[in-house]
Ligand binder design. Sequence first.
Ligand SMILES: [Zn+2]
Length: 244
Amino acid sequence: MSVGGMGYTRPMFEVKQLNDLQDIDLKAAAAQERLASVRGKLSDRSGIQSAKRRLGELEKRAEELSTQRRGIERLVSEIDTSLKRLDQRLYGGGVTNPQHLAAAEEERKFTAARQRDAEDQLLEVMIRLEELEPVLAEARDAASRLEEARPGLEDGWREEERDLTARLAALRNEREALLPSMPVNLLPMYESLRKSKGGRAVALVERGTCQGCRLALTTQEMQRARVGQQVVQCSSCGRILYVV
Ligand SMILES: [Zn+2]
């Protein structure tokens, strides 16, 4: 009954073979997952895009505020001119009619109030522009930092992609080399358990516990698995038990 010169019974040896196959399949699954993640990173430019979008929005805001500032500055200078003209009328001695003087006085008050309003507005816009400046600089830095770092990151990811692709090909070869010696009668069970049990069809038994579901085996299960006269599945999770 001894197989492979290692004192195994045939079922035990077959379970060991399935476990070897599973090792390869698990490595391949991990490499495949990593490859998908690396390819995801390569195609995902959303970080840079959102940094640029933010920068664009801030630049647009700064431009709007600058336009606003120029408009208010123009208004302030127009009001200034009006005030000078009014002052000339009031104090230049050209107007003597008390009614006209009173009207000019009234207009001057009104215009001076407009000037204060315009100056307040100007101050507010200038403060907002000043506050925006460091935010804009930070956004510009962030966008260019991301942009500059990208080629280096991409090089790294591409290298990893190449390594993983090569590793997957090697694992595929290893699997194909192993398959002819695999127990044909157990392969369908292995494949179907692999699908339903998250890639792990074979579970190690350690200290009387199935390492697939972490539940303790019964004494009978333990005994049957150890004796190795048949392939034993865990009564809790259904995985093929492998006693080392
Ligand atoms: Zn189990």
